[in-house]
Design a protein around this ligand. Sequence first.
Ligand code: HMG
Ligand code: MG
Length: 296
Amino acid sequence: NIPKKIELIEVGPRDGLQNEPKPISTENKKELIRKLAKTGISRMETAAFVSPKWVPQMADADEISAYCNELGITYIALTPNLKAVERAILARVPQIAVFVGASTTFNKRNINKTTNESLKDCEDIFKKAKENGQFVRAYISMAFNCPFQGEVSFAEVNNVCQRFVELGADEIDIGDTNGHANPKMVYERISRLRDLYPDMVFVGHFHDTWNMALANTLAAMHAGVDKFDSSIGGLGGCPYSPGATGNLATEDLLLMLSQMDVETNVSYKELMDVAAFAKSLSSKLNSEADYNLSLH
Ligand code: HMG
Ligand code: MG
């Protein structure tokens, strides 16, 4: 019993490109976004209002957002703190995303705060965004496993999830940031969250480090999830999650869904052309050096 229709949310321009070792020009990013918009994808994560010192690839968030407004697409931008939301409001971003690690060690490395400090900051971030009519996506990162602490408990995940629900998140995105989840874990954990929060919209966000992202997606579909993030060409990885590779490739996800007669409104043929373009931008995918299938 799986959903008949799935929303594909493309995160390649953000999660995909943020970790590229060589700078990618703003013009190339715009071209990627323009091509993706033509495939039928309804929503994309295109920018991050983070510190350019921490993530230089996202330094052009203002220009990219202005371009997305010009194209008239629905897009999401990452906003880790209040300064970021203020920047996103000025840039007229329709949907923001906060990201809090269920594991405090990761959270500290990623945004320099403990999990509970981040949750406290979320109060002002949500308030500001909602006052300005923005849709709020809330990521629980390291929702299964963490490269620094190992398995993450359900209680740690629920601590973040419960707070996001209380603060009024429009959707909660379950992140397997380092790609070490497995389908059994995904099914059990997401089913439990859906039982606890039946009115909440959950999204699945799987990295493909162990080549299990597609299986994890199917497990989440069996748990009732009908929205998934994926990255064109399988680009990406979080700069603060050592060893993690790209997200589930959008074209692989679309192929599976179309073979299963699940509706997406996205054209496979057009998407394959964009995948080739996306891979041509990536020096990582061109070198293979970053594929990490080790068990650490
Ligand atoms: P910090 O150094 O702790 O911040 O960084 P601070 O408040 O002490 O400020 C230090 C400097 O940064 C100041 O500038 C601030 O103005 C500036 P200075 O006075 O030194 O010139 N600053 C900013 N500049 C631009 N935009 C901002 C901003 N905030 C402060 N918003 C901060 C804290 C959050 C900024 C930093 O840790 C950061 O940018 N981290 C980036 C983390 C990141 O982008 N990680 C990757 C995305 S998360 C991910 O990929 C996971 C996900 O895909 C889900 C999953 O897979 O699970 C979403
Ligand atoms: Mg990610």
